[in-house]
Design a protein around this ligand. Sequence first.
Ligand code: UGY
Ligand code: MN
Length: 254
Amino acid sequence: MHSLGHTRSANRRDHVLHTPDTFVRTPLPGLTHGEAIVHIAPPTGAAFTMMTLEIAPKGTLIQGATQRFLYVLEGELTLDEPGKAIPHNLASGAYAYLPTGYPHTLTAATPARIVVIDKPFLPLDPMYLHDPATTPDPWFLLGREPDVTPVPLNDDPGLLVRHLLPDSQVFDFAVNTLAYSPGASLSQVEIHTMEHGLLMLEGGGVYRLGDNWYPTAAGDVIWMAPFCPQWFGAIGKTQAKYLIYKDFNRHPLG
Ligand code: UGY
Ligand code: MN
């Protein structure tokens, strides 16, 4: 049906709501037999990129210029890493963290959709590396979101967080999932120095961004600038769940 120029998408100074009706697919260097939907990138003010890649069987993605986080939404893929004869199998809910310069090839075995977050790494100042056992660099890791133990946010059993990256200040960003029982909400309007990239995975609700309240559903992507006022309330009879990126563990002056 024709939308007559209407969309829920919005582009404001301190936030972007990117809804599927406005997605535009483009080629991406390093990606074969696939297309990228770039949701979040520096022209809006973001210090990272967040994209969905749609990859056909046998399509591949190789490393880019920065560290990378990837999350499988749909399909089956293999991930080759250096020195390993047997590739890793990834399916829906699987994720990987790849440090800067870590060679890898991701190959789709079936039609696949993945989310990719790329960010230039900001090293932790060595003066904070008190523990000699601490490595200065973040490390390659693979996981599965359902295997991560959920913890209630602010003691609310209706709002469960899964931290997908290790609790180490060596990492300069965090990626979490937040699962809201029907009717649950953030306990406060948040205003903070970190920026966010968010993909609504399931369900929906109302997202406050700045002075706007947006109906939000699975498939929507949101960018929140540093200090963007934000709040979410889940609406519907099923849980609402999103994947959320934030820059983390660094002094705001860098
Ligand atoms: O981690 C966060 O700042 C998170 N609670 N923000 C959000 O869900 N908008
Ligand atoms: Mn937040």
